[in-house]
Structure formats: C-alpha cells, structure tokens
Design a protein around this ligand. Structure first.
Ligand code: ZN
Length: 259
C-alpha cells in the first residue's frame, strides 16, 4: 500500500519534519508526497495516480538494487512539474531526452520523458538511477558506473540482450565491433548522435554483464566497490584482469552475444 498526502504550507519554505533531507523545502506550494513500502516520492503539482505508481515502481527498483548490492536501499524520488524544473533541481542546463537523473542522494524524474517510456523502460530507468545513488560513481571510469547501473537495471527486466542492445547488435551484424570500452566522449548527451550514445550504454552494460556472467555477480559487485576504493586498475588486477585483457574478452563476448 502507498499513502498519499497533500501538504499545505502556512508559510513558504516551512520544513517537512517527516521527510528525509534532499526532499525537504523543494517548492513553495503544490508539494505532494507518496510513501511506498521502502520509498518516498515527492512531487510538484503531480497527480495522485502518477505519484502512487512511482512509489510502487520505486519500491520495485529498491528491491532490485538491494538484491544486487546486498544491502538495504531506500529510494528517494523527486517528481518536478516540468523538464525545466527538473534541470534546475539537478543543476544542469538541459535534460532533453533523459527520463531521470541521479542527484544528491535522490532520483529526479524528468516528467515528460519518463511518461513516454513503457512499463519495462520505467522500471529499468529507476533501477539504473537508483544504482548510481546507492553505489556511488566517484573515481570510476564512466563505462564502469554506467555499465553497472544498466546491469542492475536490465537484470530483472526480462528483455532479450539483442532487444536491449539493439543499436550495438546492428553494428555487430554489420561487421563492426567496438575497439575500446566507451569513454566520456561517447556518453556526451548533446543530442548530436543518439545512436552512438545508445551504443555507449550498451557497450558498457555488456562489459559488466560479461564480468557477472564469467566471474559471478558477487565478483562484479566486489570489483565495483574495490574500484571505488582503490581505482579500476587495482580492482581488475585482483581478478587477474587489466583494461586491455578485459577489452579483448569483452569484444569476444559482444560478438558472441550479438553476432
Ligand atoms: Zn547512468
């Protein structure tokens, strides 16, 4: 069950004692709160049905992330009234094309783009962003934190790999294998090459999926935590890998999975 609560403020910026930090004092009016079993969702002029659905999905995402990380996860989700408001909250200029972002310990939903996703896509996006929040990203190469978030996001989604990695599969079938793990330039969300951006996520996802398939999910999670603490080179070395040897094995895995 989820509870819905409409909050009226006597004065602008009044604190909401029951809300965790990061969800307080977001807006002067129109704040609506929905609580799931483990999640808290705060919306701005958001309909009750939308917010209740998000609380249920945030609960599902929390369970999925918790299952992989082996620790409790409490999703905090913010639903602004518009894409522009989401961008302001996240402190970025534009959010075009993104359905949600991780920011400051919470997931910010971008309402227009999130609403355009199907049910599976919504759950994948929430689990992906919640993974960033729960596992952290600092000190890691982008392929590792985006790939890990997609690993968690797609783990229970029930999609065939060729469907979830459709853009990369088309490249592989055309005889073009990626030569290197995707770097920051491949993840530039500037709208110039959406297919390249999609492939960057798929390449990163399959690198983490390879590590889980070959060494076990527990090893992938350990490697991620080791990389956060000591750097990716040392974390890979603990598994007898280097970036070069991982790259070679990842390329063979991509060809095998998508060719
Ligand atoms: Zn991400």
């Amino acid at each position: 069950m989820t509870g819905l609560l409409l909050l009226a403020f006597a004065s602008a910026g009044a604190p909401i004692p029951a809300l965790p930090p990061g969800l307080r004092n977001l807006w002067r009016d129109g704040t609506v709160v929905s609580r799931g079993r483990r999640s808290v969702v705060v919306g701005h002029h958001t309909g009750a049905a939308t917010l209740g659905e998000l609380a249920r999905r945030a609960d599902t995402a929390g369970t999925r992330v918790s299952d992989v990380l082996g620790e409790p996860v409490t999703p905090l989700v913010v639903v602004p009234a518009s894409t522009a408001e989401a961008a302001r909250l996240a402190g970025v200029g534009r959010l075009d094309g993104l359905a949600a972002v991780a920011d400051g310990g919470r997931v910010i939903v971008v309402p227009e783009f999130f609403a355009a996703l199907n049910s599976v896509g919504k759950d994948v996006v929430l689990a992906h962003e919640l993974t960033h929040v729960a596992a952290g990203t600092g000190g890691l190469p982008v392929w590792l934190y985006e790939g890990f978030a997609d690993y968690v996001g797609y783990r229970d989604a029930g999609l065939p790999v060729r469907t979830a990695a459709a853009e990369l599969a088309a490249e592989v079938r055309a005889g073009r294998l990626p030569s290197a793990l995707p770097g920051p330039a491949a993840f530039a969300a500037d709208g110039r090459d959406p297919a390249r951006l999609a492939r960057a996520y798929q390449e990163a996802w399959l690198a983490c999926r390879f590590l889980a398939d070959r060494f076990g999910e527990g090893t992938l999670v350990r490697l991620y935590r080791d990389a956060r603490a000591a750097g990716v080179d040392q974390a890979l070395a603990a598994q007898g890998l280097s970036v070069d040897s991982l790259t070679a094995r990842w390329r063979a895995y991509v060809r095998d999975q998508l060719g």
